[in-house]
Every structure is written in structure tokens, then in C-alpha cells.
Design a protein around this ligand. Structure first.
Ligand code: HXC
Length: 258
């Protein structure tokens, strides 16, 4: 597959996608989002891959949807044609874990894309924001929904209504990101986390992702019920037998993804 707006690399069991429109601070246009969707789907169906990392540049993870591309769209373009957001949901179909490694700006759609990933590791220079209000519009790829779930209603309202940016330290305190690391360590740390996940049993990893995501979609009792079924299902895997035998035999587990 030939890509122009992203770079796709395979590093052992990890697929690394780098957003690459440096002149526009990785502004997310249709082509980039199409390429990202294709790359994600190809990694998800590649049996050799067990985890995915999405990153940007040192200056910008992504500075948002491409303002130049959408400035003149009409309501019909955006509603009937679904021009802006039509290819933004592919990432939600991905069943393997996706880690966002964020340095620099993650604004608007860039912040929303990071939040669509399973967790975010941030560099110390990361800045998150939903500045759409300054453009006369609002977050359109989940920002008003995922931010309150991630960081509370009060902080989400503050960010979406004032357009202020949140730095990495505040984002970590608020729970938006799972860890903050020095900028030069960002990719190393994200790839190490991805490699750790990739050393586990893939079907169990997928079950955990599915179960944690369920917490956002359902009641506590339904979510616990769903988790219980997957927990029970794990006892039907060879990897559960191997994992527990390895512990009892005081050796490392060798998972077969079965
Ligand atoms: C198109 C963008 C862009 C964007 C930056 N650029 N962000 N182009 N869409 N979102 C371009 C600039 O036009 C400029 O191009 C080049 O990238 C460098 O940007 P500068 O502004 O010169 O850099 P700097 O002064 O360092 O400021 C960085 C910045 C600023 C603070 C990130 O660029 C900025 O405010 N960008 C817009 C952020 C934003 O409003 N995002 C939300 C978009 S709406 P030239 O050709 O002049 O060099 C959105 C809605 C999502 O995301 C809805 C769901 C899909």
C-alpha cells in the first residue's frame, strides 16, 4: 500500500503509524483519514501484529481537522455528503489495542483522534485542546462526549467553551493521558508499552479491550455481567492454561494466541 499522509512501519509485533503532513501540522484531511483507516484495518487483520501505535511529529500529533479543506463546505456537504467525518470511525472497528503517542499539539480533531485510541502516552510538550468554538463550530468527532467521560464535565466544558489548551501535566492529573514522559523518550516508551501488550495472549488482550470499552456503553451491572462472561470464556483458551501453568512452574508463559 502506498501512503502519502502517513508512514506505516512494522516493528516486530507492533504496527507504528506516523501521521505525516508536516507542513500543515498533520491537519487531518480526507486523504489522511482514509489512509489511516486503511492502515489500521490492514494491521488489524495481520496475524503477525498484536498492538498498534499512532504518533505524529515533535511539534504536532495533529492540529485538528483540515480547516482549509472544510472552510467552504455547506450544511448539505457535511450532512448529506458526510464530507468531514465520513472516514473517522474506522478506528472504532479496530479490535487490537491502539496507543496514541502524543507530542506537541493535539487540537480539535487531533485531540478527538487521540481520545479514540485506547490510551494516550504524552510527551512533556503535549498540548490538548478543543478550539473549534473559535472557528464558529464545535467538536465533531466525539470531543464533547469523550472529554467529559475522560476528565469530568467541568473541565470538558472549560476546554470546549474557552478553547484553552491543557498541558501534559494537567492532562495527566485529569486522567486524559496515562503517562507523561520526556519528549525524547516518547516513542521508546510507547513502543515498549506496545511490545509488552504484544507479548500477551492476543485473544485475551482483545477481550480486555472489549470489556473496558463496554464500561462506556452500559450500566455497571450489565458491564460486570459482560466482563464475567469473557472471564469465563478465557478458561476456554489454551493461553489461560499456559499462563497459569507457567506461573505454577515458575517460568515465563509462551502464548500461542489460541
Ligand atoms: C489546516 C493547519 C491547521 C489546521 C495548522 N495548519 N493547523 N492547516 N488545518 N487545523 C497549518 C497553518 O495554516 C500553517 O500553514 C501551518 O500549519 C503551520 O501552522 P502555524 O499556525 O503557522 O503554526 P504555529 O504558529 O506554531 O501555531 C500552531 C497552532 C495553530 C497553535 C496549532 O496552527 C492553530 O491554531 N491551528 C489550528 C488549530 C485548530 O483550530 N484546530 C481545530 C480545527 S477544527 P501555512 O501554509 O500558513 O504555513 C477541528 C474540527 C474537528 O478539528 C471536527 C471533526 C472532524
Amino acid at each position: 500500500m502506498e501512503f502519502e499522509c502517513i508512514i506505516l512501519e512494522i516493528k516486530e509485533k507492533v504496527g507504528l503509524i506516523t501521521l505525516h503532513r508536516p507542513k500543515a501540522l498533520n491537519a487531518l484531511n480526507d486523504q489522511l483519514m482514509n489512509e489511516l483507516g486503511s492502515a489500521l484495518k490492514s494491521l488489524d487483520s495481520n496475524e503477525a501484529i498484536q498492538c498498534i501505535v499512532i504518533t505524529g511529529s515533535e511539534k504536532a500529533f495533529a492540529a485538528g481537522a483540515d480547516i482549509a479543506a472544510m472552510a467552504n463546505y455547506s450544511f448539505m456537504d457535511t450532512y448529506k455528503g458526510d464530507y468531514i467525518t465520513r472516514n473517522w470511525e474506522t478506528i472504532r472497528q479496530i479490535r487490537k489495542p491502539v496507543i496514541a503517542a502524543v507530542a506537541g499539539y493535539a487540537l480539535g480533531g487531533g485531540c478527538e483522534l487521540a481520545m479514540m485510541c485506547d490510551f494516550i502516552i504524552a510527551a512533556e510538550n503535549a498540548k490538548f485542546g478543543q478550539p473549534e468554538i473559535k472557528l464558529g463550530t464545535l467538536p465533531g468527532a466525539g470531543g464533547t462526549q469523550r472529554l467529559p467521560r475522560a476528565i469530568s464535565k467541568s473541565k470538558a466544558m472549560d476546554m470546549c467553551l474557552t478553547a484553552r489548551m491543557m498541558d501534559a501535566a494537567e492532562a495527566e492529573r485529569a486522567g486524559l493521558v496515562s503517562r507523561v514522559v520526556p519528549q525524547e523518550m516518547l516513542l521508546e516508551e510507547a513502543m515498549a508499552a506496545a511490545s509488552t501488550i504484544a507479548s500477551m495472549s492476543l485473544p485475551i488482550v482483545m477481550m480486555i479491550k472489549e470489556s473496558v470499552n463496554r464500561a462506556y456503553e452500559t450500566t455497571l451491572s450489565e458491564g460486570v455481567h459482560f466482563e464475567r462472561r469473557l472471564f469465563q470464556a478465557s478458561f476456554g483458551t489454551e493461553d489461560q492454561k499456559e499462563g497459569m501453568a507457567a506461573f505454577l512452574e515458575k517460568r515465563s508463559a509462551v502464548f500461542k494466541n489460541q
